[in-house]
Each structure stands twice: as C-alpha cells, then as structure tokens.
Design a protein around this ligand. Structure first.
Ligand SMILES: C[S@@+](CC[C@H](N)C(=O)[O-])C[C@H]1O[C@@H](n2cnc3c(N)ncnc32)[C@H](O)[C@@H]1O
Length: 227
C-alpha cells in the first residue's frame, strides 16, 4: 500500500523499553523501533542530533510529527539544559487524539508534569504557535517535505520519515537538495535510516555523511552535516 492517505489500521503496540508506538499492518510499518520507541528517539534525535549540534539556541525542523515523541523529548531536554528551541514539524496525516493519547508518552518518559504541554502541542491547529514552557516554541504544518521552501534557516533536521521500502519518494536526492538548501552552514540532520542508497542520495545533494552506531537493535544510523 502506498502512503497517499492516512494509514487506516493503526494500533498501539508496546515496544521493548516499555514505551508504545503505532503499528500499521497495511503499510507493514511502525512509527518507531519495536526494540524501544523512546530508546530509539533518545539515541537518534536527542543524543546524536540535539546534543551534537553544540548550540543552545536552535531552529529545528522535524519531518513527520507522528505521535509527538520526538518533540516531547526535545522539549524535556531543552528545558533541563535551559536551551531555547523553535520547533516546526511537518505532518500531512495528523493523528487523532484517541491514537496519540493511547500511547501515554509523558508517563512513559517519567514526565507527567509535561502532560498538559504535550496535549497542547498535539491538539494545536496547523500553523498555530504553542508555547508549552521553558522558552520552547512549537508549531506543526500540514506540509510535505518535498515542498519545503526554507533557505539556510535550520540548525537541525530530524528526518523521521517512514522507511524507504514504504515511502521511497521521501529518500531521494531531490528531497535532500531541498533540505540542504534549508540548512544553515554547519547544520545537522539525523535519521534512523542507514541504507546505502539513502546515504548516496544525501552525498549527491552535497551533504557530508557520517555512519554512526544505531539505536538498540540496529547496527547503524546516519548523521549529516551541511558544509
Ligand atoms: C515514522 S513516523 C514519525 C514518528 C514521529 N517522529 C514521532 O516522534 O512519533 C513518519 C511520519 O511522517 C509522516 N509523513 C508522511 N509523508 C510525509 C511527507 N511527504 N512529508 C512529511 N511527513 C510525512 C507520516 O504521516 C508519519 O507521521
């Protein structure tokens, strides 16, 4: 099944670290690794993304808001460190509340104090600015990565698309050309994906590719630097 509509059969599933994700039988895909959704997000996007930028004030673009796990972890981490982030997420298929709320991300992360802020971000209308606290700003746009028009504005990109097997059009040189244009010099992009053809597309777009150790259960992930 190609992804031209909201996955019709999403169900919550528990992953190895006790956090939950969504599974679609029709797509043969889940939103996070079954080896640990929270562990994967922390490793790929926080440890190798946010913390590797060396910046305490940054503009972040996430490709695929999904269940909001990455934005919640980023808000928590920036809050702890006193960092300022302006976070924009793209999402063509926003999830209904019954699905994201069933996952219990704030409780799984031991961050029930952030439940209201998480709910506010996930309930926001497209384009609505949310200030959940700690100087963090968030909005999501009903956009496709293929149509982004930023020019040298981003410090960090979380590339959390469905896999190349499910959405090959998300992993092309043309998409990475657009992201490369959108990133400032020295900006960083991270993704769980370590496929050779994806890395070649990134390199052809002029990005400097690093092979990094993967999240639990995965050998490698990819980090990318804009020259
Ligand atoms: C792996 S999930 C993201 C998980 C999410 N980051 C989280 O923390 O829960 C991939 C997401 O990309 C979204 N997506 C699909 N096509 C897209 C496109 N063309 N541009 C941006 N996002 C897209 C999907 O709807 C889905 O929510």
């Amino acid at each position: 099944m190609a992804l031209d509509q909201f996955p019709p059969d999403l169900v919550p599933v528990r992953t190895a670290d006790g956090s939950h994700t969504l599974d679609s039988r029709a797509l043969k895909e889940h939103y996070h690794s079954l080896h640990g959704a929270a562990a994967e997000s922390r490793h790929v996007y926080i440890a190798n993304g946010l913390l590797a930028t060396g910046r305490q004030e940054l503009r972040i673009l996430e490709i695929g808001l999904g269940t909001g796990l990455n934005v919640l972890l980023t808000w928590i981490e920036c809050g702890r460190r006193g960092w300022k982030a302006d976070y924009v997420a793209l999402e063509p298929f926003p999830l209904p509340e019954r699905l994201w709320s069933a996952l219990g991300h704030p409780a799984a992360l031991g961050a029930l104090g952030r439940q209201n802020g998480y709910d506010a971000m996930m309930r926001a209308r497209a384009g609505e600015q949310i200030l959940p606290g700690d100087g963090f700003t968030f909005r999501w746009e009903r956009g496709l990565v293929q149509h982004i028009r930023y020019v040298e504005e981003l410090d960090l990109v979380y590339y959390d698309a469905f896999s190349p097997a499910v959405q090959p059009d998300m992993w092309t040189k043309a998409v990475f050309d657009g992201l490369c244009r959108a990133m400032r010099s020295g900006a960083r992009l991270v993704t769980y994906c370590a496929k050779g053809s994806v890395r070649r597309a990134m390199m052809e777009a002029g990005l400097e590719v690093q092979q990094l150790p993967g999240a639990p259960g995965k050998r490698q992930m990819t980090g990318v630097q804009r020259q």
